[in-house]
Design a protein around this ligand. Structure first.
Ligand SMILES: [Zn+2]
Length: 270
């Protein structure tokens, strides 16, 4: 979870703005990366070994920046152990720090459960590593999936089990479930042919509502508040860009887009 101190570290970390980088900066950076020591990272319980340039890790990721610049044991041994992470998520981290983009999930149906689950894990790692830029790309992808479909109670269950209520994904997931439940459930689950999906949804919804840590009363209250207004007057959480991004001090999002102009314009906090 990003703490105040982490946010400060994040600002101090050398995370250059890609679009203002001159060619000279890119070349100098590449040279410093090429001369950097190689770090060994052991991922998961089975300790799968990854190797990466220390300079890249430090420049792109505040977690590693803190790890290597604070004189922790890892900075001397050149070995970092991450037993709690899984390889698929760490692959995505490596792809992001070296490639600057999200993976494309080639060959996978983009709105399948599998992709949503993998994407939520990416987000949890971006939070843990205090990588705001990566976090924002990942949460934008999740919003897009939920713009085109509906959030499943099983996704919210994962969020409740793995993230705290200060997490942007936690806030998005709770708001999206309330919104979809209030405004979309009739069109979606009661349509002819959706009986099986309906049963599945009900079962997952029961599991979620009886889950330890799920804020049932807040959820009901959110729905009651939404229900007082016509759908057109309530912003769809999946269309609210800035609200679910993380902003470091002094930075604002590039022009936020509103794909559905009929939706109420979101409030900006900056
Ligand atoms: Zn913003």
């Amino acid at each position: 979870m990003a703490t105040k101190a982490d946010e400060k570290d994040m600002r101090n970390a050398a995370t250059p703005e890609r679009d203002v980088e001159s060619d000279d900066v890119v070349i100098t950076q590449a040279r410093s990366y090429a001369r950097s020591p190689i770090i060994s990272i052991l991922v998961g319980e089975s300790q799968v070994e990854y190797t990466a340039h220390e300079a890249v890790l430090v420049a792109k990721c505040p977690f590693f920046e803190k790890c290597f610049n604070s004189g922790m044991a890892e900075s001397h041994s050149g070995v970092v152990e991450l037993p709690e992470e899984d390889c698929e998520t760490f692959d995505h981290f490596i792809e992001y720090i070296y490639g600057g983009k999200l993976n494309s999930y080639t060959g996978l149906d983009k709105d399948s459960d599998r992709v949503v689950n993998a994407t939520m894990k990416d987000l949890a790692l971006a939070e843990k590593f205090c990588m705001f830029d990566w976090h924002n790309l990942v949460i934008d992808r999740l919003r897009k999936v939920w713009q085109e479909g509906y959030i499943a109670p099983s996704h919210v269950s994962w969020v409740v089990d793995h993230l705290s209520e200060t997490s942007k994904l936690y806030q998005l997931a709770m708001a999206q479930l309330a919104y979809n439940t209030v405004f979309d459930i009739d069109n979606w689950l009661t349509s002819p042919g959706n009986e099986e999906e309906n049963d599945h949804y009900r079962r997952d919804f029961d599991i979620l509502c009886t889950k330890e840590g799920f804020p049932v009363s807040q959820f009901i209250w959110d729905m009651v508040k939404m229900q007082k207004h016509p759908k057109e007057d309530v912003p769809d959480p999946s269309h609210q860009v800035c609200k679910f991004r993380v902003h470091s001090e002094g930075r604002i999002c590039k022009k936020a887009k509103y794909p559905d102009k009929k939706r109420k314009r979101e409030e900006h906090d900056h």
